[in-house]
Design a protein. Structure first.
Ligand SMILES: [Zn+2]
Lengths: 448, 633
């Protein structure tokens, strides 16, 4: 791929290269008696190699099909964009210090209307100029750690993030915000909840469901909420800050071990599962909704346990599942398996012997439910009781994804199976709740 | 006053927008309809102006944002889904809408683009939940013929309609999103129109072509024209949202008049020696002057702890009250600005004072505190302090523009043809690609297919209707502009009814019935055809037609024969008519004997009065004449 001609391939690329053209250049095309003039634009990844895209005078883009008899010329080079940001607001050293670590999933950006390119804004001054409200909340420091799609992140990235967060906290940050693509933000939140223990300040993950280049994006409101939370919240836990509803109103603060993305596209995709919402920000005020929390402290004595064992699998049971899937993991040297069973925590009897074999081979096998809501209880039906007797560990109301992350973390801490089992079933970061109550009002209810 | 528009250098470009009559919306499967009543879904949003690499930011938009303006959207699950709520990415572009647009483009001889790219046009007044309107150019460079003159068409686009504003309370603006995402065709002409009447004709011609596709919506609110109007010494003014064709020439006439008046004011200000720098943003709190005022508006404001603030406009005395066009003064233009930028209710100025309870003493005191001389004007507003300041700054800005001449603006059309300030003209269109929708290639094969099925061009059809059916030009034009052109041809083909009768019924009769409030549109095509069958076979008379239509509009999908029977409008058999005529004659024998042929009118009147709708007048007349001649000869 030619970086000066993004998206172009095949014939179109060859023609443009022969002209020495790059996006932003002024292009003249004549064919079938018609003239097309405009600025050369990048090509969509989904486009074919038969069209050249230009922005015509009215601002619209059109694709011009390549024909053998067309005349094409480069008429001039495009003006390079020169950006003069509006003067940044005054920084106030008296405000709490917040570090924003970006891992991808840009949360602020500018659009180059000339070429349509969206450029992320990452430096503190960029952030201030795009979201000026931030300068009234905190003194911001930024670090670009990765710029990855969240589905490309691995446990190695969790380790790295945890180490950087710990470093910034030790250096005196009053709170840390991590910008993250939303698809796997729940996993990272759980990972940090176990890796960063005895936290003195809040660690807030934040993302956006609507891309930040559009005026309706939820990115800025979420970021403002996250920074407010990092700067001023009375608690010191790993949380996720996202829209509570589809309105630009309340920002929900979810505990990192209890949060799950439950919608592909809505602003309020993130919900707290099997617990009440932890906190909410409304009209710049943080309202704690949970019964208890780990309070913010002035010391810097956090405990960092950033290791994760990658040989852990999350297996969703389905009717007719072939038990060889479990055998394969054992043969591949997996050390832990989280089963996402049906209902209260079941799999078909045909899988029992494979599970027994796995446990005999020193693999930890634990049970969660694919119902998402509710807790497993393996005493109710015979299949459940039999799985318990084989040695499957029931994991209460823990989310399957959180359970998988936790088992990775547990096996990163110890080789000892006995210790690992104890650690897995011990409540470390509010991943278990002992009682489930009927919510007084549904979390979706808002008043406008 | 006769205005020579050529001489003034009038240039008008039209952008005609019309909703397409598709099954689904442009980017989702919702019904393209509006809802009435209370919204079942509401949500609150803010739109943040996005920064561009070029550092431009729409000043009006940024200002609104900073003031904390929020938008309350109203929706109904029948007409909106997550797509319109900006909670789900758009689905594929509606191919039905694309084909209608391509068809219209081919009818205007425009060249379809090889590949359609959907763009995002940034609009952050709240009318689009996303903060941008999705739009795409479908064809370039067409032309239409208007009175023998070629009018170039610059582009034909397909875009989504915007949400409709339903209210504004303080910092909350309400929009209803049912209209959002309804497909809209946009036809933009080059600015080559040189008179108000010509603009109207161009719009009419474009409208006819669009209607000829048979796939556009009809009725108020489905058509909107934007006009770009300029005269040589004036400025380019964009007037948005003219809903009626008949209003186009009036809007242009009034806009030219307004610009001429503003140019005159500018000359007068210059003659008075007023310069832009003399108009300063010096805003003074004058609340104490009005402590005990009798002016109700000011008293109420002060009671609510609001401020009364004032600004001096040097040399403006007498000009704020000057009428630009009927009902619109320079003062009105300043008030529009004050409302937009300061969100105040309005302004008071010294050209209209003392009045509204403001006393002479208060006014003198005001002039004194502002150090204003008799040739100066003073503008006051009452609101929260910062709103007052924003409002008066906008007033001062408008005053400086008045020295220069006509400010470039986007204005909105009022139903009476006048316009009001909407917002400053946006800079270069801020458009960037809609990456959620892949580009759509338009193949030559597809264009060939559409070209084969192209509807007849309106001017051809009008000529053909006249020639083929022998109807007059007026009826042919009316048929073409009505929605019944196809039905007309079908009726004439399937029944023996006279083409002129059918054409007149479908146009003039239906129009007057509609005016009477009869819901003619409820009748189905096959019902209308049946009515003409009944008439042409003598089962009922043409005089009975309005009654039958009325009855059918109240009895949905009933059989027209039922209407005839229910209304007692079936035709009397011929021998019965004969009997009636003979009876009437025998009762008036003396008269017939005495007057002979001249008794016809009276007798005919008697019969028709009693049997209208049940007899064929021509037949009666013939029979009556025969019977009279038998006696009188
Ligand atoms: Zn929809």
């Amino acid at each position: 791929m030619n970086e000066k001609l993004p998206g172009y391939k095949g014939e179109a690329l060859r023609i443009l290269e022969s002209l020495g053209a790059e996006t932003g250049d002024f292009i003249y095309i004549e064919k079938e008696g018609k003239v097309y003039e405009g600025t050369l634009m990048p090509r969509s990844e989904l486009g074919d190699d038969k069209h050249i895209v230009i922005k015509i005078k009215s601002g619209y883009n059109i694709g011009v099909r390549i024909t053998s008899d067309m005349k094409i010329e480069k008429k001039g080079s495009g003006a390079k964009p020169s950006f003069t940001p509006p003067p940044p607001p005054k920084q106030r050293p008296d405000l709490p210090r917040v570090t924003i670590i970006s891992t991808g999933g840009t949360i602020a950006s500018r659009v180059d209307y000339r070429t349509g390119a969206v450029r992320p804004a990452i430096s503190a001054s960029d952030l201030y100029s795009i979201v000026p409200e931030l300068s009234d909340i905190a003194l911001i420091d930024t670090e670009i750690l990765f710029s990855a799609f969240s589905e490309d992140l691995t446990p190695k990235h969790w380790t790295k993030i945890a180490e950087r967060v710990a470093e910034h906290i030790k250096r005196g940050a009053h709170g840390v915000v991590i910008t993250h693509g939303t698809d796997t933000m729940g996993y990272t939140a759980a990972a940090l909840s176990f890796a960063l223990q005895n936290l003195p300040v809040p660690v807030v993950l934040v993302g956006a469901q609507r891309s930040e280049d559009r005026p309706s994006s939820d990115a800025a409101e979420n970021l403002i909420g996250a920074v407010q939370c990092a700067a001023n919240a009375p608690f010191a836990e790993v949380v996720v800050a996202m829209h509570q509803t589809i309105s630009d109103e309340a920002i929900a603060i979810h505990r990192g071990t209890k949060v799950r993305k439950l919608h592909t596209s809505r602003r309020d995709a993130f919900k707290t599962v099997n617990a009440e919402l932890f906190a909410r920000i409304l009209d710049k005020k943080i309202i704690i909704l949970a019964d208890d929390f780990n309070p913010r402290r002035n010391d810097r004595n956090l405990i960092l346990k950033p290791r994760f064992e990658e040989k852990v699998a999350l297996i969703k049971f389905y009717p007719g599942m072939n038990p060889k899937i479990i055998d394969w993991h054992v043969e591949e040297g997996y050390r832990g398996i989280i089963l996402e069973g049906t209902g209260l925590g079941h799999v078909r009897r045909k899988c029992f012997s494979s599970i027994r074999k796995a446990i005999e081979n020193g693999v930890i096998v634990a049970m969660t439910s694919q119902c998402i809501w509710g807790r497993v209880n393996m005493n109710v039906y015979a299949n459940g009781r039999d799985l318990l007797s084989i040695g499957v560990i029931p994991l209460g109301d823990m989310l399957a994804e959180t359970a998988m992350v936790k088992l990775m973390w547990v096996l990163g801490q110890t080789e000892n199976l006995e210790e690992a089992r104890d650690l897995l079933t011990k409540n470390i970061a509010h991943e278990f709740s002992s009682r489930t109550v009927e919510p007084v009002k549904p979390p979706e209810t808002i008043s406008v | 006053m006769k205005i020579d528009y050529e001489k003034l250098g009038l240039k008008v470009g039209l952008e005609c927008h019309q909703q397409l009559d598709t099954k689904e919306k442009l980017f989702c499967s919702c019904k393209p309809e509006l809802f009435k009543g209370e919204p079942k879904i509401t949500f609150l949003r803010r739109l943040r102006p996005t920064q561009s690499e070029l550092g431009q930011i729409d000043p009006a938009a940024y200002f609104e944002f900073k003031k904390g303006v929020k938008i309350l959207y109203e929706a109904d699950p029948q007409t909106s889904c997550l797509v319109e709520m900006d909670e789900e990415p758009p689905h594929d572009l509606n191919r039905e809408a694309l084909d209608i647009t391509l068809t219209a483009a081919l009818m205007m001889n425009a060249k379809p683009v090889d590949e359609v790219h959907v763009m995002r046009k940034v609009v952050i007044d709240g009318s689009n939940t996303t903060g941008f309107q999705r739009t795409c150019v479908v064809a370039l460079g067409g032309e239409i013929q208007v009175d023998g003159k070629k009018i170039p068409i610059e582009h034909i686009s397909l875009e989504e309609d915007a949400a409709r504003k339903t209210g504004e309370e303080g910092f909350i603006i309400r929009y209803r999103i049912d209209r959002l995402c309804i497909p809209l065709i946009e036809v933009a002409t080059a600015p080559v129109i040189h008179s108000p009447k010509e603009a109207e004709k161009v719009a009419l011609t474009i409208g006819r072509i669009l209607r000829a596709t048979g796939k556009v919506k009809r009725g108020l609110g489905t058509i909107r024209q934007d006009l770009n109007i300029s005269i040589r010494e004036g400025a380019l003014i964009e007037v948005k949202g003219v809903q009626e064709l008949e209003l186009i020439s009036k809007v242009i006439e009034l806009e030219v008049q307004r610009q001429l008046a503003l140019i005159q004011i500018s000359e007068e200000l210059k003659a008075r020696g007023v310069t832009e720098n003399q108009i300063r943003d010096k805003i003074i709190d004058v609340t104490p002057i009005f402590k005990d005022t009798k002016c109700r508006v000011l008293r109420r404001a002060i009671k609510k702890k609001k401020h009364v603030m004032a600004i001096k406009l040097p040399g403006f005395s007498g000009l704020l009250g000057r009428e630009l066009i009927p009902g619109l003064r320079l003062g009105t233009e300043m008030a529009d600005r004050a409302r937009f930028w300061g969100r105040v209710g309005g302004i008071l100025h010294t050209d209209e004072l003392p009045k509204y309870g403001v006393s002479k003493e208060e006014m003198d005191r005001l002039m004194e505190i502002l150090e204003a001389e008799p040739q100066d004007a003073v503008v006051i507003v009452a609101d929260a302090k910062e709103n007052c300041i924003d409002a008066l700054r906008a007033v001062a800005e408008r005053a400086r523009e008045a020295v220069k001449g006509v400010p470039e603006e986007t204005r909105a059309a009022n139903p009476d043809g006048t316009t009001r300030y909407m917002r400053p003209r946006p800079g270069a269109a801020r458009m960037y690609p809609e990456t959620d929708i892949p580009p759509i290639p338009i193949t030559d094969e597809h264009i060939r297919r559409l070209r084969k099925a192209l509807p007849e061009l309106p001017e051809h059809r009008i000529r053909r209707l006249i020639k083929e059916y022998g109807i007059n030009k007026k009826l042919a034009l009316q048929l073409q502009d009505s929605e019944y052109g196809d039905l007309f041809e079908k009726i004439v083909e399937e029944t023996a009814a006279s083409p002129t009768l059918v054409a007149a019924t479908l146009t003039e009769t239906f129009k007057s019935l509609k005016r009477e409030g009869i819901k003619v549109e409820k009748l189905r095509d096959n019902q209308i055809i049946k009515i003409f069958k009944l008439i042409s076979t003598g089962k009922t008379s043409k005089e009975a037609l309005p009654e039958i239509v009325k009855w059918l509009s109240e009895h949905e999908s009933a059989n027209p024969m039922d209407a005839v029977e229910a209304l007692g409008l079936s035709m009397l058999p011929k021998d019965e008519v004969q009997r009636i005529i003979r009876e009437i004659i025998s009762r008036n024998r003396e008269l017939v004997v005495e007057k002979g042929e001249r008794a016809f009118g009276f007798l005919m009147g008697l019969i028709m009065k009693k049997y209208r709708g049940k007899v064929n007048a021509e037949e009666v007349s013939k029979m009556l004449r025969e019977e009279i001649s038998k006696i009188s000869s």
